[in-house]
Design a protein around this ligand. Structure first.
Ligand SMILES: NC(=O)c1ccc[n+]([C@@H]2O[C@H](COP(=O)([O-])OP(=O)(O)OC[C@H]3O[C@@H](n4cnc5c(N)ncnc54)[C@H](OP(=O)(O)O)[C@@H]3O)[C@@H](O)[C@H]2O)c1
Length: 377
C-alpha cells in the first residue's frame, strides 16, 4: 500500500493513512454484498410487506429524496400512518403531483394526508442551509430526519458540484451531514428524535482517504463505484462520531440503515441491458416498498432508542446500523477505525463550512456561522 509520508525522517513514526482496502478486506466486502443480494429475501422473510406501522399522529418527519424509489415509499407510508411528512426534494412540482395522487387514492373515510413539500437540492450546500434555516425558523419540533436521497451514477465520469466536491461525496455524505447538524435545534425540540441515514452494504468496499476525499490526487483511480462506496463509508464514519458526541440528554439518536438491493431509479444510469436483467431477477431484488422497511422500522420502532443508548454506553466505535431485515448489523471493519472516523468528522466540518466546535454550540442552543447559505441559486 502506498504511504502518504513525504519521506523525511520524522515521518517514520507517523502511521501511514490508509488509502485502499487490502485484498482480504476487499474480498470480504464483496462477499457481504453478494450475500445480501442472494439471501436478502430469505433473511427478511419474517417481515411483513408493507411493514405494519403504529399510528403516528403528532410525529413530524423530513424525508429527503421522496419523489422516487425508497424515499417515495417511506414518505407515503409515514403519511398514511398519520405522521406530518415533509418531502424535501428538488422536483417540487412532481412532489405536489404525487401528494395529489395519494390524496385521491385515499378512500373518503380517511382524513387527508398531512404532507408538504420543501425545496432541497443536495448538490448545493447553499440550498441545504436555506432549507435548514426555513425549517428552524418555524421553531417547531422535528422528530425524524431521514437522509434518504442519494445517487449512484454508475459508469459516469467523475463530476463535481458547484461547491467543488465530487458529486457522490456531496449528495450522499456532505450535504446530509450539513443538514443533520443544522437541524439539531429542531431535533432537540422534538427529542427523543432520530436521524436516519439510508446507507448501503456497498460501504463494505469503500475506504476513505481523508487527504483525498474528492479522489483527485491520482493515488487512487476514480470510478463511480469508488465514489459511491467511499461516500457511504464516510457517512457511517461521520455518523459514528455524531452518535458518540451528542450528549445522551439531548435525546437524539443517530443511525444508518441498509435498505437491501432494491429496484428503484438508482440504477437509471446502468446500461439498458443490465436494467433489463434487473427485471429478470425480481426474486432477488426488493421492490421500493420492501426496501423502505429498514427506514420505517428505524424511524418508528420503540426499541431503537434503547439499542442506541446501549451502543453509546458501551462506547461502540460505530453508530447503530440496521440491516435490510430490520435487525442490527455490523458495519465493515474499516467503519470501526475510530482514528479515520475522527479525521472524517473534522474534514467534513471543514468541507461543509462549519467551525470545529459547531456540535457543542448547537447543542448549547448557540448559533453557528456556516460558510454556505448566502448565495441564491
Ligand atoms: N436501490 C438500491 O438498491 C439501494 C441500495 C442501497 C442503498 N440505497 C440508497 O437508498 C437511497 C434511496 O435511493 P433509491 O434506490 O430510492 O434511488 P432513487 O429512486 O434514484 O431515489 C433517489 C432520490 O434521491 C433524490 N436525489 C438525488 N439527487 C438529489 C439532489 N441533488 N438533491 C435532492 N435529492 C436528490 C432523487 O431525486 P431526483 O429525482 O430529483 O433525482 C430521488 O428522489 C439512496 O441513498 C441510495 O444510495 C439504494
Amino acid at each position: 500500500m502506498e504511504s502518504s509520508s513525504s519521506g523525511n525522517g520524522d515521518d517514520c513514526h507517523v502511521k501511514p493513512k490508509k488509502q485502499a482496502l487490502g485484498w482480504f478486506e476487499w474480498g470480504r466486502g464483496w462477499y457481504s454484498i453478494i450475500w445480501e443480494f442472494l439471501f436478502q429475501r430469505i433473511s427478511a422473510s419474517h417481515l411483513e410487506n408493507p411493514l405494519r406501522l403504529p399510528p403516528l399522529p403528532g410525529l413530524t418527519c423530513i424525508v429527503t429524496g421522496s419523489t422516487s424509489g425508497i424515499g417515495l415509499s417511506t414518505a407515503r407510508q409515514l403519511a398514511e400512518a398519520g405522521a406530518h411528512v415533509v418531502m424535501a426534494v428538488r422536483k417540487t412540482k412532481l412532489a405536489h403531483e404525487l401528494i395529489h395522487e395519494w390524496q385521491r387514492e385515499r378512500s373518503g373515510d380517511f382524513p387527508p394526508l398531512n404532507v408538504e413539500v420543501m425545496e432541497l437540492d443536495l448538490l448545493s450546500l447553499d440550498s441545504v442551509v436555506r432549507f435548514a434555516e426555513a425549517w428552524n425558523a418555524r421553531l417547531g419540533p422535528l422528530h425524524v430526519l431521514i437522509n434518504n436521497a442519494g445517487i449512484f451514477s454508475i459508469g459516469e465520469p467523475q463530476r463535481f458540484s458547484k461547491d467543488g466536491y465530487e458529486e457522490h461525496l456531496q449528495v450522499n455524505h456532505l450535504a446530509p451531514a450539513l443538514l443533520s447538524l443544522l437541524l439539531l435545534p429542531s431535533l432537540i425540540r422534538g427529542s427523543p428524535s432520530r436521524i436516519i441515514n439510508v446507507n448501503s452494504i456497498m460501504h463494505s468496499v469503500g475506504c476513505v482517504d481523508t487527504e483525498d476525499m474528492n479522489v483527485t490526487s491520482g493515488r487512487k483511480k476514480y470510478t463511480s463505484l469508488v465514489g459511491y462506496a467511499n461516500s457511504k463509508l464516510a457517512q457511517i464514519k461521520f455518523c459514528s462520531i455524531l452518535h458518540k458526541r451528542v450528549p445522551a440528554e439531548a435525546g437524539i439518536n443517530v443511525m444508518c440503515v441498509s435498505p437491501g438491493i432494491v429496484h428503484t431509479n438508482v440504477a437509471r444510469d446502468l446500461p439498458k441491458i443490465i436494467i433489463a436483467a434487473y427485471h429478470l431477477i425480481p426474486y432477488f431484488i426488493f421492490d421500493a416498498q420492501e426496501g423502505s422497511r429498514s427506514s420505517l422500522f428505524t424511524a418508528t420502532d420503540p426499541q431503537v432508542p434503547e439499542y442506541c443508548s446501549i451502543l453509546k454506553s458501551e462506547e461502540w466505535p460505530v453508530c447503530p446500523y440496521i440491516s435490510h431485515d430490520c435487525r442490527p448489523m455490523n458495519a465493515s471493519e474499516e467503519a470501526h477505525n475510530l482514528e479515520t472516523s475522527l479525521d472524517v468528522w473534522e474534514k467534513t466540518l471543514e468541507m461543509i463550512g462549519l467551525p470545529i466546535d459547531s456540535l457543542d454550540k448547537l447543542i448549547e442552543g448557540e448559533e453557528v456561522q456556516c460558510r454556505y447559505g448566502s448565495a441564491k441559486d
